[in-house]
Design a protein around this ligand. Structure first.
Ligand code: ADA
Length: 554
């Protein structure tokens, strides 16, 4: 599956994954051997590679020719791509899309190789040994497309309410892959509206952004109860012939902050959510559609209305499902718990900013995303860190002025960055990492934010709260790590936060137990993060029914 809807009717598109490829590990005692493996997939799920940290070469063949575009939805975590032995793309980061355009390929059979690398090194500032797993492999689909000299590279739709009706600014990016000027005509249709750009001239290898405004007389808003979606259908014509198209989906909704509230279409939202890693014992981070859908069914069944994509941009199929199910999404760039030293890695800023650019370019149209987050629990108590936060939040605002932005802090009464984000967010673990009563801790933190920081008067979100519980571990005295202790603690935590007038919501850490890096074994029983309300096989813990009861009654 590429998306939950068709993105092309004219452009030829074919998924190259969704079948068996060849796989050859490059290190270890199995180096050089060739296996036949399923893609998309993580090599940690191949029988002999459960703990393989190294490089692996994936290989497949396809028949085609002419001008081709290859889109890689996710390769974990560093990729080098070769077509018939010639390098055509390189990319760092498992969680964002990249592509390659190849012109005038002779018709025939071609060999595509992807060299994936999940090793940690000084060149990798974001994928580091951490409290989640950096898997290896082709974790999301690879798609082959046939394009002409000119194609529609991107379609962004910005809905806005004005003069009592819904409007939308449609912005199409059209690219010329030829080394000579090209003429074309471009149209866009959405619902009953139609706009046309005639006699568009593109410079050699150039691209142009075409923007027009549409006004709609009779469309329905997107919201959690009625997640009404519309399609924008862009078509490119040359010499009177339709040569390319791009279809994307959007929703008529507006998000903004007002005082201490977050408003969706003018109505205050109360976030009741889960933080969720893309992780599964059978699929690694390459969850198939059915597994993503099942997670969202459970999240909805639990009475939640939002998911936080901890701690990286998620699979666009997952976001398609959130759009269709009316589940709000906090999506964030890729970072977790980077220290000042980690942030001083010269690769950190360019890699973090690249993820922001790629995340917003690819996910801009998803109505379910109501906020962009960055740099979870990084060094926001330091001057250097503050400069990084400032630049990245400014980049988000430049790329998307329509959504609020934030970051999840864990710097208790030492954060110096709350003047930067529109929403102040904290990760807190009273009754787990410290035994402070929840109300007391929340009061002290909130009062400090209001009285001592530039976060005063802004919306205040709890972006993580929770406790560990090992599935099946119980005892009569409810020690930490028992399911009983986790359930009791979540009860106290959720009540305290949801009863807190000035707090606009909460995300539970976390939906399911997840695998963590070997280096974290001493901090994590089972080398897993065990704070899920379900375990890694999605088996419910006692906390599940407690959360459901509370979320449904607030
Ligand atoms: C932090 C972090 C999470 C997870 C959590 C925990 O808040 O953001 O990724 O590590 O703590 O389980 O302690």
């Amino acid at each position: 599956m590429i998306r939950t809807f068709d993105t092309h009717k004219i452009r030829f598109q074919k998924e190259l994954t969704g079948k068996l490829w060849q796989f050859t590990p490059c290190q270890g005692e199995l180096a050089g051997r060739t296996y036949t493996v399923a893609t998309p997939g993580c090599w940690e799920n191949y029988p002999d590679f459960g703990n393989y940290r190294g490089e692996g070469i994936y290989r497949t063949t396809f028949c085609g020719g002419g001008n081709l575009r290859l889109e890689f939805k996710g390769v974990s975590h560093t990729a080098a791509v070769f077509l018939d032995g010639r390098e055509i793309a390189r990319h760092y980061n498992a969680y964002t899309i990249f592509d390659a355009v190849v012109r005038n390929l002779p018709q025939g059979e071609h060999t595509l190789e992807i060299r994936a690398d999940n090793r940690f090194s000084g060149e990798s500032a974001l994928h580091i040994p951490n409290d989640y797993m950096s898997y290896g492999g082709i974790s999301r689909p690879v798609v082959l497309e046939q394009i002409g000299d000119v194609y529609i590279r991107q379609a962004h739709v910005t809905p806005f309410w004005e003069n009592g009706v819904w409007n939308a600014e449609v912005s199409l990016t059209v690219k010329n892959t030829a080394d000579m000027p090209q003429q074309c005509t471009v149209s866009a249709d959405a619902d009953t509206e139609h706009v046309l750009w005639e006699e568009v001239t593109l410079e050699p290898l150039g691209e142009k952004v075409l923007t027009k405004r549409m006004t709609f007389s009779d469309v329905e808003a997107w919201d959690m109860e009625h997640p009404r979606l519309y399609e924008v259908n862009a078509v490119l014509m040359q010499d009177g012939k339709e040569v390319d198209d791009l279809i994307d989906r959007f929703g008529f909704r507006e998000v903004r902050t007002e005082g201490k509230r977050i408003l969706l279409n003018g109505k205050a939202v109360r976030i009741k959510g889960f933080c969720r890693h893309e992780d599964h014992p059978q699929f690694g981070c390459a969850l198939p559609y059915a597994a993503m859908a099942a997670d969202l069914e459970s999240i909805r069944h639990l009475g939640a209305n939002s998911v936080r994509t901890a701690h990286y941009p998620n699979d666009e199929i997952f976001l398609d499902l959130c759009d269709e199910m009316g589940i709000l999404v906090w999506e964030e760039n890729h970072a977790r718990g980077l220290s000042l030293e980690d942030m001083r890695n010269p690769h950190f800023e360019p890699q973090a900013e690249q993820v922001i650019r790629e995340m917003i370019a690819a996910h801009y149209n998803h109505p379910s995303i109501y906020i962009w987050g960055i740099l979870n629990e990084c060094a926001s108590e330091t001057e250097y860190g503050r400069e990084c936060y400032r630049k990245q939040l400014a980049l988000i605002k430049e790329l998307d002025p329509t959504r609020p932005h934030s970051f999840a802090s864990c710097k208790f009464k030492t954060d110096i960055c709350f003047g930067l984000p529109e929403v102040v967010s904290y990760n807190i673990y009273p009754k787990w990492y410290h035994d402070t009563p929840v109300h007391e801790y929340l009061d002290e933190l909130y009062r400090w934010v209001q009285e001592e920081t530039e976060g005063r008067g802004k919306p205040f979100l709890i972006t993580e709260i929770g406790a560990g519980g090992i599935y099946g571990y119980r005892n009569p005295y409810h020690s930490k790590w028992t399911e009983e202790y986790q359930a009791e603690t979540l009860e106290e935590q959720l009540r305290a936060v949801l009863e807190y007038e000035d707090c606009c919501g909460v995300y539970i850490w976390q939906f399911c137990d997840v695998r963590v890096c070997e280096e974290w074994f001493d901090k994590r029983p089972r080398t897993m993060n065990n704070k899920g309300v379900v375990d890694e096989y999605r088996r419910r813990k006692l906390a599940y029914d407690v959360v459901k009861r509370i979320f449904e009654n607030f």
